[in-house]
Design a protein around this ligand. Structure first.
Ligand code: NAI
Length: 379
């Protein structure tokens, strides 16, 4: 398959990264963007990145990889593609327009993929005459470093395309998992309570951000605490995903966004990249110290974990993904220390259910409703 031309639309953070992955895997790649300055920048950045990898001994021939990638401001340049991956602005109307024009430029058999993280792949496919060749290939940021790719068939997608896509992603060194075309796919759905429940605990004044982060890393085994991670991702990205998942789930209270995070976004306190988010990253500013109270810490970890497990159990029950893919997605996509289904078994489904039912009865909120699958497990 290496000889197949890969087309990329959009040369921002994602498009440029996906182009790099495909070129390193041996494909000729053509990158199209309607912004000439962005193309120029992406070309320079790719060259710098590949040469840096070569200097570090992680890539044999930067120049050989670079010579396989061309950049164009003409959609026609994609005409010989075997697969086109679209990674432009996250707006349904614009994506549909691009897919409709693209379809006339490429061959009948060309696979059309979208890297959307929040739109319906089915809605995008509906813009095409041959929607059965459209599929979601959801890479994570930055694509060269993140192994996971969510393969998302639309309602109209030809079933064979799922296997072809998985094989191709494997050939690119990625770990493909298959997700149903529902909001947030796997990771952006199942991981929501990691942020949402931590925010809720903070807003209720149960613990401060430093203590919650300390509990989730030191006692929970997560690589980064939720507030550190939200600051790292940026509130412009993380809050927007939360709000979009919430809206797409017809305002299910499980996914309700938080005012504390919304205000940060409104203030322009986007996190690390702007020097301030939940934490203040100004030079010389010490980070706040956690309480290091193990009893409080364990209560925090248990509450967030119960909500995460509930999401995973529910996603499996609703056929969003297989158990294997759910575990892979959370351990390889977002580096959780354990798969959530395995964690559920280790902790005991009855204990998880008991905690959720206690929260439900204390708060009287639908947010804390346990998945029926959890209840069925214990009979
Ligand atoms: P970006 O804003 O960095 O880049 C988008 C690029 O698309 C720009 O270079 C822009 O000039 C180009 N573009 C916009 N409209 C166009 C059009 N009509 N025709 C041709 N080119 C056009 O965006 P980013 O972050 O790379 O995201 C791209 C897509 O990937 C979005 O759908 C986003 O939801 C998705 N995504 C983003 C992730 C992230 O963490 N940034 C993670 C996973 C998916």
């Amino acid at each position: 398959m290496k000889e197949h031309l890969i087309g990329i639309i959009g040369c921002g953070a994602m498009g440029a990264g996906i182009a790099q992955v495909a070129a390193v895997a041996g494909h000729p790649v053509v990158v199209y963007d309607n912004n000439a300055a962005a193309l120029q920048k992406a070309q320079e950045k790719l060259s710098a990145t590949l040469h840096k990898l070569q200097d570090k001994g992680k890539l044999a021939h930067a120049q050989a990889v670079l010579s396989r990638v061309s950049f164009s401001s003409q959609l026609d340049a994609l005409s010989g593609s075997f697969l086109v991956v679209e990674a432009i602005v996250e707006q349904l109307a614009i994506k549909k327009e691009v897919f409709a024009s693209l379809e006339h430029k490429v061959s009948e058999t060309c696979i059309l993929a979208t890297n959307t993280s929040s739109l319906s792949v089915t809605a995008i496919a509906a813009a095409c005459h041959r929607p059965e060749r459209v599929i979601g290939l959801h890479f994570f940021n930055p694509p060269p470093l993140m192994a996971l790719v969510e393969v998302v068939p639309a309602l109209q997608t030809h079933p064979e395309l799922v296997d072809t896509s998985k094989e191709l992603m494997q050939a690119w060194g990625k770990i493909p998992v298959v997700a149903k075309d529902t909001p947030g796919f796997i990771v952006n759905r199942v991981a929501r309570p990691f942020y949402g429940e931590a925010l809720r605990i903070y807003e209720e004044g149960i613990a401060d951000i430093a203590t919650i982060d300390w509990a989730m890393t030191t006692l929970g085994g997560f690589r980064m605490g939720p507030f550190t991670l939200m600051d790292y991702i940026g509130h412009d990205v993380n809050y927007v995903v939360t709000e979009s998942v919430f809206q797409s789930f017809f305002c299910d209270p499980r996914y309700k966004p938080s005012f504390s995070q919304k205000r940060l976004l409104e203030a322009g306190w986007l996190g690390r990249k702007s020097g301030r988010g939940f934490y203040d990253y100004s030079e010389g500013q010490p980070l706040p110290e956690p309480l290091r109270d193990e009893v409080l810490g364990q209560k925090i970890v248990d509450r967030v974990l119960a909500m995460l497990i509930n999401e995973a159990v529910d996603a499996k029950y609703l056929g969003i993904a297989t158990a294997t893919d759910l575990e892979l997605a959370m351990t390889r996509g977002v580096n959780y220390p354990k798969g959530l289904l395995a964690w559920c078994n280790e902790w005991g489904p009855g204990n998880v259910l008991h905690l959720l039912d206690t929260l439900y009865s204390n708060y009287g909120e639908d947010r804390y409703r346990a998945s029926v699958a959890l209840r069925k497990t214990i009979g």
